[in-house]
Design a protein around this ligand. Structure first.
Ligand SMILES: [Ca+2]
Length: 226
């Protein structure tokens, strides 16, 4: 029994020593610094047709323990486009000790154009019309048809049940935050009045009186801050 106790104690002490040694070895081998991301330039230009990987051009990373980690760098996020047509790209890389390093730079497109709003007829409607975007469409170089994103922003108070001419802006925003605005006039008329004045009760707007047929090529630049 005494022998068994002694053996147990010896085994326990040996285990403690082994575990302590393992911890010391682990600690000595650890690298407490994260990788360092380097970039050839702090701004990059790409095409709207390029994949996300194009944003990694000229980006490298190295780590004191892991060495070259360039292949492990990822694009974490790309921010919205600003008034100068720039977006902020955020890069991230991990090392084998799970340290995270991040870096930022700006990007712009060589071939970006702001969305184009097209109005194909006068914006003249009888009072009570729900959809006043009939004949209005928007095309974007990145998203394609974004007609369903068009908003009407009225410059003054608008009462949909009161006939009148309302100055407004058509505004459309694409998926990266780029937008265009087109100033228009929206006319609401009393269908009964206009119908009787024409003698036949038909709802026929006087085409072209106040509606506008305008095709614009607004840019984020020219529209910024408006
Ligand atoms: Ca490291």
């Amino acid at each position: 029994m005494k022998i068994l106790k002694t053996v147990s104690i010896i085994v326990f002490i040996a285990a403690v020593i082994l575990f302590g040694g393992y911890l010391l070895k682990e600690k000595a081998g650890q690298d407490h610094t994260g990788p360092v991301i380097s970039m050839e330039s702090d701004h990059i230009e790409v095409s709207i047709k390029d994949s996300r990987d194009a944003l990694l051009a000229g980006v490298t990373a190295s780590d004191a323990r892991d060495g070259d980690l360039s292949a492990a760098v990822c694009v974490e996020s790309v921010g919205p486009i600003d008034g100068e047509g720039r977006r902020i790209v955020r890069y991230v890389v991990f090392d084998s000790d799970n340290h995270i390093s991040r870096a930022l730079r700006t990007m712009s497109y060589t071939d970006y154009t702001a969305p184009v709003i097209t109005v194909t007829g006068p914006l003249t409607f009888p009072v009570g019309t729900v959809n006043m975007l009939q004949g209005v469409s928007a095309l974007d170089c990145i998203d394609g048809d974004i007609s369903d994103q068009i908003q009407i922003l009225y410059d003054d108070k608008m009462n949909p049940s009161v006939p009148g001419i309302y100055p407004a802006r058509l505004r459309v925003t694409n998926s990266i935050g780029g937008y265009s605005e087109l100033p228009v006039s929206i006319e609401l008329y009393d269908a009964a009045e206009r119908g009787s004045s024409q003698g036949n009760g038909a709802v026929v707007p006087e085409a072209g009186t106040t509606g506008q047929v305008v095709v614009t090529e607004g840019g984020t630049d020219q529209n910024a801050g408006k």
